[in-house]
Design a protein around this ligand. Sequence first.
Ligand SMILES: C[C@@H](O)[C@H](NC(=O)OP(=O)(O)OC[C@H]1O[C@@H](n2cnc3c(N)ncnc32)[C@H](O)[C@@H]1O)C(=O)O
Ligand SMILES: Nc1ncnc2c1ncn2[C@@H]1O[C@H](COP(=O)(O)OP(=O)(O)OP(=O)(O)O)[C@@H](O)[C@H]1O
Ligand SMILES: [Fe+2]
Length: 533
Amino acid sequence: MRVLGIEGTAWAASAAVFDTETDEVFIESDPYEPESGGIHPREAAEHMGEAVPRVVETALEHARSGGGVDAVAFSRGPGLGPCLRIVGTAARALSGALDVPLVGVNHMVAHLEIGRHQSGFDAPVCLNASGANAHLLGYHNGRYRVLGETMDTGVGNAIDKFTRHVGWSHPGGPKVEARARDGEYIDLPYVVKGMDFSFSGIMSAAKDAYDDGEPVENVCCGLQETVFAMLTEVTERALSLTGTDELVLGGGVGQNARLRAMLREMCEARGASFYAPEPRFLRDNAGMIAVLGAKMCDAGDTLSIPDSAVDPNFRPDEVPVSWRGTQESVARAPSESGTVRGAEATVTTEGDVVRKRRLPKEYRHARLDERLRRERTVAEARLLSEARRVGVPTPLVYDVDLRESMLTLQRVGEGDLARALSPEATRQVGEHLATLHDAGIVHGDPTTRNVRVSKETGEPAVFLVDFGLGFHTGHVEDHAMDLHVFGQSVEGTAETPEPLLDACLAGYLDTGGEAAEDVVERLRTVEGRGRYQ
Ligand SMILES: C[C@@H](O)[C@H](NC(=O)OP(=O)(O)OC[C@H]1O[C@@H](n2cnc3c(N)ncnc32)[C@H](O)[C@@H]1O)C(=O)O
Ligand SMILES: Nc1ncnc2c1ncn2[C@@H]1O[C@H](COP(=O)(O)OP(=O)(O)OP(=O)(O)O)[C@@H](O)[C@H]1O
Ligand SMILES: [Fe+2]
């Protein structure tokens, strides 16, 4: 089968032909390059109007030599409405004229499927690092689950905003990469919440540093080291949570050599396999649309013209994944023998005592690494004790060794919640989170791996562990984020998440009273936020 792919969500007018027999992908692209500032939707659409017919013609010419095409696949979203509509119109017209099926592809899922296709991995975690997006996806229960994502802008857009501020032309990513090579690392805010993260604080700090006279190459270096360390950390957390040992990278920012080096190093250190497609498949391109289009077409997942509207806010977790088995999953049964390797630390159990040591992470800048290990060890020791004082079951802290970033803790529970999920247990998680929040504490990373379950007395009793990302706050948004992080971890790994999540919220509301109602309301906003900016 040969599939024609058409891409044009924002800047790349691109057409491709994928031949399923030879696995060859022919790509013809024509980028829109704004004269000044960022991507302007109207100008971008004008570019699509001119360039799409041209690149399509070139691709079709290529296909004709092989006998034509058997299907037309196009990017349905997410992206800029005016651009998407031009691509949609072109695709509909072509499928009609050539009398072949029409396939509507989610651009973000295409960014990850190309890596899965080329790597041959079964069930990887996927990091999409693109301009308008940044998220971690894993296939589970018939959908791609968002395990973590940006709480504000996409990673490329964040970098591009900084480069606009210093007067560089779009796109800024490659310029930051080049200048960072001559720079020295500077400290910038580092914000991760479980597997979610945010760029707004670091971007304002980077602009301020530049305005205050810090040499731009140093700001570029600090920016890359911080932003990519954040992405690598949350990726490692997703590997740890799901138990998988495969990672694929997608998206235009994936062209950055420093990001790829960090991810590769992190994977090597934990014995995971890493795959990054070559650059022509990382940046926006129609090749990835054609490749996923072929899989969808093969599964009979085609569109009638009336159902083929584009969707500028098309989320990857909305896509019914027709081309994969429903039993496949990114989640593996966690192993718990001897030394456990979390995302951050190595945990060794000796009788009733566990030693949690935050070993240096070679992938991140030594100064950043030292700062994070120290801050988190201190926060964890303090918050474990404070939580315990307000009545939340946590391990006793026996010893704190800051030089080694090591905590000696009481061993609690017989296993992780990930292996003992029940509505009774998640209800208790809800209750404990409400108690914590009422005391002005957030956990910061309440996943199913950071809750221990004991069944000594028959009924499950849960303990919260791993407060390294916790902090003091009375903000509704921070409290809602705790619930959101827990929800994402349950959805990404549980067989039937709904009753578990309902029980958690019921426990939260029963214990937390009126304040909890505000938090749950905010949770709905957090979940419904269209984060594509
Ligand atoms: C929805 C769709 O239109 C959007 N596409 C998109 O953002 O284009 P993409 O090609 O995936 O990524 C472009 C981004 O990738 C960044 N970029 C390109 N080369 C880079 C490099 N060497 N280092 C860092 N960033 C780089 C650019 O600065 C720009 O922000 C998306 O996938 O989010
Ligand atoms: N006090 C404890 N008692 C029993 N088991 C524990 C205790 N603390 C941690 N563990 C176990 O060790 C695992 C890793 O611990 P922890 O989550 O603290 O490390 P981490 O590296 O910060 O993990 P991550 O960042 O991936 O959540 C936990 O999933 C849990 O199974
Ligand atoms: Fe993209």
